[in-house]
Design a protein around this ligand. Structure first.
Ligand code: M6R
Length: 610
């Protein structure tokens, strides 16, 4: 989740350039950051600062560094607390090596124990410091040879940058699992964990693969792949980041919530061929060759909620056998592969370690994989057989909003595809297809209506933000949205919140509710209306507070304490409406509580460690 940036031989006084790049990558971790530059004493001048990049910016405000070789890093702490001694870069006992590391060395305790037995002293608690001491222990008077000697001792996973005081013009980059890209031109060398930082600065990159090492010596470089010399092509950076700005919104999250209607509208026109009345995606054509009857969906949290909803759609429309797996648990399972099963992965941020590992495990068994991801050129997009892009424009900060709705949208189209093509029980008729897609077309306008009514949602938020506990009791297609809404609220406001199927209320959740709770009931005007209102009455009978969301014109007659009326839509599509309502409520509640909405405590956007 940390991010590394290296920059050699370019402009002098580059601190502002690096600070800008660090700001772009701050979403990957904001526990600490630093910038370093080679100085006239052939040593690194290093400035570190805890927490946000703005702290680092004030630290270096008055520095006038006139040098050409820069590195920088933001950190999301994996080992020990956020203290300057644990911030990167780390060094050996003689202060010769300078190293930066992304991801985790899993066998670091054992390595550290061996080093301590050899009398090495440690100033901090990080796994990265262990690598520095290990390099010292194995030093062979050549930086590259030393790094090559040490790498086999490290158990995954990492991207590493290594330098040595006695070889000021050398630098080694290693990639094993953690993403890393590289660019060189006319003595300029850029390394980054993420292409986003480089976007707008350079046009092409080399995507490094696992076990790639790049050795830069003065103005030349070589790449070794699995210890053998190799050459790699430069590839064009193909990402749409033009909207990665906050505009006039108070937070990125709010801006991303407001982008949703436009994203869905574009996706609609992009994915549906109105002349032919069919779905458009090369990936879907690829699926034609496979006889798929069963699907396993794999993802991590918000993306996992999108799959939970997708499973309802696929089971209901296409009668398919669907399993939904959380990637971090799936990796421990003895999962079943059969000819008619497809494994589908979904990820917004493109670098989620658990999802990547799950994908690798399935690939190792040579099984059919398909992924849905938001960014072209990402690690996942480079690893799998068949893919489909979300094109939800880059989601910048931690709380996922527009990526979730775009995921649900694409999954809905996927469900229609399977309904039409793979289901022998009850095929999708052309009439039904047209009905579904014309309903889908209405959604962006309806979402806009909800957004225009933001003031009403603000007013409700003012009434409920002082409650400490929230309980979401929803059912059917809405259950995954209850999980997601509950997550959104707690992720940015840190309030206690839980979500359960409304039908389970009497089985135990009633025992928990008391006067400090707001129970949120979603009761659309559909076949479940009476059951949902009964659940509400059971809570009201105990004099506890209820927030009711419904499209029913009788909403005020149900005697809820607080109500939100949403527009009418057919039941398949309520999830889009309730999602956006709770995104707005969660945002507003967190804002009223003065939380740092775009940077929730302890989190980072890309979860690149396991
Ligand atoms: O980028 P991914 O979709 O793979 O991310 C998965 C989760 O880490 C992510 O959805 C996380 O739960 C969000 N911060 C929730 O808002």
């Amino acid at each position: 989740m940390c991010w590394i940036f290296g920059y050699k031989w370019v402009k002098k006084n580059a601190q502002n350039i690096l600070l800008n790049w660090l700001r772009k990558l701050e979403y990957r971790g904001y526990d600490s950051a630093w910038i370093a530059v080679w100085n006239e004493k052939w040593d690194f001048s290093i400035v570190k600062a805890k927490w946000k990049i703005s702290n680092l910016a004030s630290e270096i405000e008055n520095e006038k560094w006139d040098f050409n070789f820069w590195i920088s890093h933001t950190r999301w702490a994996t080992h020990w607390w956020v203290a300057l001694e644990n911030c990167h870069p780390h060094t050996d006992s003689k202060w010769k090596f300078t190293i930066v590391h992304n991801w985790i060395i899993e066998n670091f305790s054992k390595l550290k124990k061996d080093l301590v037995e050899k009398w090495y002293k440690f100033y901090g608690e990080t796994d990265t410091e262990v690598i520095a001491k290990l390099l010292e222990e194995n030093f062979d008077w050549d930086l590259f040879i030393t790094v090559e000697k040490v790498l086999p001792k490290l158990e995954w996973a990492f991207a590493l940058l290594v330098m040595h005081k006695d070889f000021p013009w050398d630098i080694v980059w290693v990639k094993y699992w953690s993403p890393l890209v590289f660019w060189e031109q006319k003595w300029e060398f850029y390394f980054s964990s993420d292409i986003w930082a480089l976007w707008g600065v350079i046009e092409n990159v080399i995507y490094l693969e696992d076990w790639d090492l790049v050795f830069v010596k003065w103005d030349e470089f070589i790449i070794k792949s699995e210890w053998k010399l190799t050459q790699k092509p430069f590839e064009k950076i193909d990402i749409d980041l033009t909207v990665a700005e906050k505009w006039d919104f108070k937070h990125f999250m709010l801006k991303e919530i407001f982008e949703q209607p436009e994203i869905l509208r574009r996706l609609y026109w992009w994915r549906i061929d109105w002349e032919e009345n069919k779905l458009v995606a090369n990936a879907l054509q690829e699926l034609e060759h496979l006889s798929i009857k069963k699907i396993t969906f794999v993802a991590c949290w918000t993306s996992y909620h999108a799959w939970l909803l997708g499973a309802y759609w696929l089971e209901n429309f296409a009668w398919m056998d669907v399993k939904v797996e959380v990637a971090s648990e799936f990796i421990f399972k003895n999962f079943n592969v059969s000819k008619d099963r497809l494994f589908i992965f979904i990820s917004q941020s493109w670098e989620t370690a658990d999802t990547i590992e799950a994908l690798k495990l399935v690939k190792e068994r040579w099984w059919n994989t398909f992924w849905i991801v938001n960014v072209v050129g990402s690690t996942i997009s480079r690893m799998t057989d068949t893919w489909m892009f979300l094109r939800a424009w880059t989601e910048v900060w931690v709380a996922s909003t527009k990526a979730f709705t775009a995921q649900c949208w694409i999954i809905f189209l996927l469900a229609l595809y399977f309904w039409k093509n793979k289901n022998s029980e009850k095929n999708l008729s052309h009439k039904e297809f047209l009905e579904k897609i014309s309903d889908l077309k209405k959604i962006p306008n309806i979402l806009e209506k909800i957004l225009w009514d933001f003031e009403k949602i603000k007013n409700i938020s003012k009434k409920i933000f002082k409650y400490q506990n929230f309980f979401f009791l929803w059912r059917h297609y809405q259950l995954p949205i209850a999980y997601e809404s509950s997550l959104k609220l707690k992720e940015i406001s840190y309030l206690h919140s839980e979500a359960y199927p409304a039908g389970e209320l009497k089985h135990w959740p009633l025992a928990l509710i008391d006067e400090d709770f707001i129970s949120v009931i979603f009761a659309p005007n559909d076949s479940f209306l009476n059951q949902n209102i009964s659940a509400m009455q059971e809570i009201k009978a105990r004099k506890w507070k209820v927030l009711l969301i419904s499209d029913s014109d009788e909403i005020e007659d149900f005697w809820a304490d607080f109500t939100i009326k949403i527009p009418e839509i057919s039941e398949d599509f309520y999830p889009f409406l309730t999602t956006i309502v709770w995104q707005l409520l969660s945002y507003e509640i967190a804002d009223l509580l003065w939380k740092d909405i775009d940077k929730p405590r302890n989190l980072a956007k890309s979860v690149t460690v396991k």
